[in-house]
Design a protein around this ligand. Sequence first.
Ligand code: NAI
Length: 242
Amino acid sequence: MLNGKVALITGGSRGIGAAIARELASQGADLALVYAGNKDTADALCAEMTETYGVKAAAYQCNVADFNATKETVNQIKKEFGTVHILVNNAGITKDGLLAMMKDSQFDDVISVNLKGAFNMIRHCTPLFIRNRGGRIISISSVTGIMGNAGQANYAASKAGLIGLTKSVARELASRGITCNAVAPGFIDTDMTKELHDSPLAASIPLGRMGKPEEVAQAVAFLANADYITGEVIKVDGGIAM
Ligand code: NAI
């Protein structure tokens, strides 16, 4: 259970992020949700979590790719919540295209949000974790970062980078009681994958269906509660990357 813990979730207003918010709130965690654009959706989820689970919840607009903006947001959350115990790096984008046609901006944008965004949040939350003598960092990678995927060189590089970041941070901060892990989802039914339903990739999933956001959220909650697991990557993929 996570009573009395503060969870900061990026991209927390929809899709997998919203499912993570619901799961952690159901276990008693207070929520600081970082969202990119849709204030109404983020505020509505906060109100629902407070009403349903009695937790404190507030939403903060912030572009995770912006180092200074993430610093200000973490400071604001510290002022309003006191600290952060659990950081979930979930914000992510895709800008797919074949390598021969990929623009450098397509590559840079995806790395900036998916990889640098996680670095920014870890960088600014770590002083709080050190002060607390503990903390949980959980980043949402992807099986694409493990297997690669044609048409997703930028995305796969960002998600593989997250795994290297996770293992390095895990080694660096273990002596402070801070764990750092990743969850690598396969094909999960959200806005990001709405065009993939009928693709051959979806048909090749051993368990025969796309995953649900709630199934990723369960793995995140497991890691949020785990004291003796660090530097690990848990796949939630219906067997696609075994
Ligand atoms: P989504 O597109 O529904 O949600 C992404 C969230 O990230 C949104 O809330 C969006 O506002 C936020 N976001 C995007 N750019 C941002 C920025 N610059 N600053 C702050 N927030 C930003 O996608 P979904 O499917 O819920 O994905 C969540 C995470 O899971 C992503 O990191 C994605 O790469 C990863 N993932 C998703 C899979 C899937 O099949 N849906 C599979 C593997 C990984």
